[in-house]
Design a protein around this ligand. Structure first.
Ligand code: PMP
Length: 437
């Protein structure tokens, strides 16, 4: 239904023996290909674009207007409040979370940041070296424990300043009950950041009014995971977050007045966006959002759920498969992680790429603590990996769908996985020591 919306869907790649095969991209959790509509808009806009907030020419004025209107499109998309929220355009989710971790330091001080065992490193490391931390547990299947969240909020009695949690896991695809988490965080006096990198492209999201106890205080997401090219990330936060102090990056565009002794900072969001901004990135993201809205994000969600269900049903009977999730597709986005018993994740990924032209991701997907939990690897066991860099690392193979994937592509995957599962020795001997391509 959506198959002709993205660039490169029908391109061919060389597979084994130089044969050309269609490229099947099942690595959308890493990055999605751009919509044609996005490329068209970027192309059309190229003749108009000029410096944002830095010129008096017609094109510059128009560019500034389009850039600033982009913030309104974002707020409408997530049902934000134009008076209360601000939209900061940065490079990606990682940069957004890093910014927030710097900018909250003055208000959070030595309060605890409560994160979880299932976070992407981009929602762990920015916090870890600046704050007192604690982590909410996951169960043996990797689901977030809401009981442990409440237990830790109670245990730290009013000392938790922020709960920072992913909206959807980039390993299992599990959707977290973010509004229940928000309610609990607020009940115990904390705010909540949702890492929306995997949530926003696949699931309807509502930041909710500030007076609702379910509202989300901060959300961050990346354009390149939602059919726009690399280079634009979005942080939405209450304006007051940036009222005091100044950005971790300063420079052109962030000030109203500068003398050699003094500075008057711009109001947010300008004071948070140092340097010439990425106008084309914003034009691209706004177009991808408009395209997603025109397709109806609920329908997209249903379609992707259908793909996930179709795949999981067939994957369960693949010989020697190990799957890492056991929940209803309604409770996850379109991500499936697995292993084949007796094969390295890397070898499986290699076979898929070289025999089927199928792109997946393998390894730890920048979520090592979560992978260690799911694979049941103790911290003492992890010591051996610290000592020996050449030891094959634990990990998984990940399939992640975009809205343009289809059943035919999944059938190719399933039949190749069946072959692999039945012929482990053969594929190990052929591919284990072979470099990729
Ligand atoms: N959080 C999650 C859950 C992710 O999946 C990713 C990207 N893999 C990120 C954060 C970081 O996104 P980016 O690389 O665009 O900063």
């Amino acid at each position: 239904m959506y198959r002709n919306l993205v660039v490169g869907k029908n391109s061919l790649v060389p597979i084994v023996d130089g044969i050309m095969a269609p490229y099947i991209n099942f690595d959308n959790a890493a990055t999605t290909p751009p919509f044609y509509s996005v490329l068209e808009e970027v192309n059309n806009f190229s003749s108009t674009y000029s410096s944002v907030h830095r010129g008096t020419g017609y094109k510059s004025i128009l560019s500034s207007k389009i850039y600033d209107e982009g913030r309104e499109v974002i707020l409408d998309f997530i049902k934000g409040d134009r008076d209360y929220h601000t939209v900061v355009f940065l490079k990606n989710t990682t940069e957004c979370i890093n910014k927030l971790s710097y900018r909250l330091k003055d208000t959070l001080g030595d309060k605890i940041v409560l994160s979880t065992y299932m976070e992407h490193h981009s929602n762990l490391l920015p916090w870890r070296y600046k704050y007192n931390m604690d982590y909410v547990e996951v169960d043996s299947r990797g689901r977030l424990s809401i009981e442990d969240l409440e237990y830790k909020l109670k245990k730290h009695k009013g000392k938790v300043g922020l709960v920072t949690v992913t909206g959807a896991s980039n390993v299992t695809g599990y959707l977290n009950p973010i509004y229940d988490i928000a309610k609990l965080a607020h009940k115990y006096g904390a705010k909540i950041l949702v890492d929306g990198a995997q949530l926003i492209p696949h699931h309807a999201f509502d930041i909710k009014p500030k007076n609702s106890d379910e509202h989300i205080d901060y959300i961050a997401f990346s354009g390149h995971k939602m059919y726009a090219p690399f280079g634009v990330g979005v942080l939405v936060a209450p304006k007051e977050t940036f009222k005091d102090g100044f950005s971790e990056q300063t420079g052109g565009g962030t000030v109203k007045l500068v003398t050699l002794n003094d500075v008057i900072w711009e109001d947010p969001p300008l004071k948070e966006e140092a340097g010439t901004p990425n106008l084309m990135g914003v034009v691209a993201l706004v177009t991808s959002i408009k395209t997603l809205l025109s397709l109806n994000i609920k329908k997209v969600e249903e379609y992707e759920k259908g793909l996930t269900k179709f795949t999981l049903e067939r994957m369960r009977s693949i010989p020697n498969i190990i799957l890492y999730d056991d929940i209803d597709v309604d409770q996850k986005v379109s991500i499936i992680s697995f292993n084949i018993e007796g094969m390295l994740h890397e070898t499986v990924a290699k076979v898929l790429a070289m025999e089927g032209g199928i792109a997946v991701r393998n390894g730890c997907f920048c979520a090592q603590p979560y992978i260690q939990k799911l694979l049941n690897i103790s911290s003492s066991e992890m010591e051996k990996y610290k000592k020996d860099e050449n030891l094959p690392r634990p990990g998984m193979v990940r399939i992640s769908f975009g809205l343009y994937n289809d059943h035919d592509e999944i059938n190719v995957l399933i039949s190749l996985l069946n072959e692999i599962g039945k012929n482990i020795e053969y594929y190990n001997s052929k591919y284990r020591n072979l470099p990729f391509y």
